[in-house]
Design a protein around this ligand. Structure first.
Ligand code: ATP
Ligand code: MG
Length: 420
């Protein structure tokens, strides 16, 4: 992509009341635009990151047998009355309104009410189970405090997976596989997620949250320095300063962002819609259910909160909007020709490249923008590098740059960039 044509511009100063680091950097970097509190447009750069996050989530969901569907965001009141969530507790966050003929609707803030009757239509026997369906879709929540940029939206993208099982053992087994898939997703996205026990509702002792430690987090997670004990403070059995009851290690409290949440729902929703299946012996049995959510925008915001410095963002390779950022520093024609040719050859080799070909920007602006946007690898062509017949190569996270001839570049890129 030629930066001279890219929709969305970097901003030196932000005229905005944003307080969170993720919102400030993403707005300044030209990744997002704010419509109102808790509601953002993804500009091309931001959408590229979001789509990369979606792609790695899809890979891991498909790997554990998930099948992708796409459900409506607009729901009839009746679906929610069946489970008793049209009124409390859904009412607090659900946008509800009337349409023509006084029909009542709500916007989906979660999808158990839609997917459970959907699965019921297609599942009748033990042969149809287990079943794992997921979607990546917009959710709406009338959040009381939408003030943390992408971390808490009123409209946000969520991946929600729902699993259906014939037995508790099968649900338990899949729950563990989903846990593993979640840890993989966050690791690939450059996040160290702490597997944290949280309240499990009426049906199981615990649910699990995936918490990323950062001062920007709204949650407090109680962890042990000596073992993998981790509980959300809202339910925690231990407190900061205690000696761990498991290992005597030091118990600490830290702020964290919940990027994912998995839950054993068991029969909470299947019972409400009388969803049963015929077992091998011909008897009718209740279907058991689990649900597994990840907020894509929240993951993106958490990445920025964790991976930034005073100059801008440092995208992990797997989610970066482009693999390389090629900068043509001066206007000189010969230099332009060399840079154009390198841009073409990198693309031919399969690398995604943002090419700063802007004529009106100063050298200082170009270098500052590259740091702000945070693409993992920076390639510079300047009068100096041209003289030496080399290209300057620098990783965003490293202070030093190196010079190398073009013939070595592709090989180097293939070794440092996992994804081409
Ligand atoms: P929270 O406790 O932060 O309000 P939640 O427990 O209500 O979130 P879930 O219903 O479990 O969230 O949703 C699954 C995932 O969706 C969360 O783990 C989070 O990543 C994401 N998510 C939830 N609410 C929001 C929001 N308002 N904006 C962005 N992402 C969200
Ligand atoms: Mg939660």
């Amino acid at each position: 992509m030629r930066q001279s044509l890219l929709f969305g511009k970097t901003l030196r100063e932000l005229q905005s009341d944003e307080v969170s680091v993720n919102a400030k950097l993403l707005l300044r970097g030209g990744f997002i635009d704010k419509l109102m509190s808790g509601s953002y447009t993804y500009l091309p750069l931001g959408l590229a990151v979001l789509q990369n996050i979606a792609a790695l989530i899809r890979q891991e969901m498909n790997a554990i047998g998930g099948q992708e569907v796409l459900m409506p965001a607009l729901h009839p009141k009746e679906a929610w009355e069946q489970t008793g969530r049209w009124k409390d507790p859904g009412r607090e966050v659900m946008f509800q309104f009337s349409g023509r003929g006084d029909r009542q609707y709500g916007l989906g803030w979660t999808h158990e009410e839609i997917i459970t009757p959907l699965a019921k239509k297609f599942v009748s026997s033990y042969k149809d189970l287990p079943l794992k369906l997921y979607q990546i879709q917009t959710k709406f929540r009338d959040e009381p405090r939408a003030k943390s940029g992408l971390l808490r939206g009123r409209e946000f993208m969520m991946k929600d997976l729902y699993s259906f099982h014939g037995s508790e053992t099968d649900l338990d087994e899949f729950y563990e596989r989903a846990k593993g898939a979640y840890l993989k997703i966050f690791k690939r996205a450059g996040l160290e997620a702490i597997l944290t026990e949280a309240s499990g509702g009426a049906f199981s002792q615990y649910s699990h949250e995936f918490q990323v430690a950062t001062p920007a987090g709204e949650d407090i997670v109680i962890t042990c320095a000596g073992c993998d004990y981790a509980q959300n403070r809202e339910i925690a059995k231990q407190k900061s300063g205690d000696a761990c009851t498991r290992c005597k290690g030091e118990i600490q409290a830290q702020r964290a962002i919940e990027v994912g949440n998995i839950f054993k729902l068991k029969t909470r929703f299947t019972e409400a819609v009388r969803f049963t299946y015929r077992g091998e012996d011909g008897t009718s049995n209740p279907v058991l259910m689990g649900c597994y959510g990840i907020g894509l925008g929240r993951v993106m915001g958490a990445i920025v909160e964790v991976h930034h410095d005073e100059r801008g963002i440092l995208w992990p390779e797997a989610v970066a909007p482009f693999s390389a950022h090629l900068l043509r520093l001066q206007r000189d024609r010969r230099l332009g020709k060399t840079a154009d040719a390198l841009y073409a050859s990198l693309q031919k080799s399969g690398f995604s490249v943002l090419y700063d070909d802007r004529e009106e920007s100063s050298i200082g602006e170009k270098l500052a923008d590259a740091d702000l946007i945070g693409i993992p690898l920076r390639l510079v062509i300047s009068e100096k590098t041209l003289e030496k017949n080399q290209i300057e190569v620098k990783l965003r996270g490293e202070p030093a740059a190196a010079l190398m001839p073009e013939k070595d570049l592709i090989k180097y890129l293939k070794t440092v960039l996992g994804r081409v």
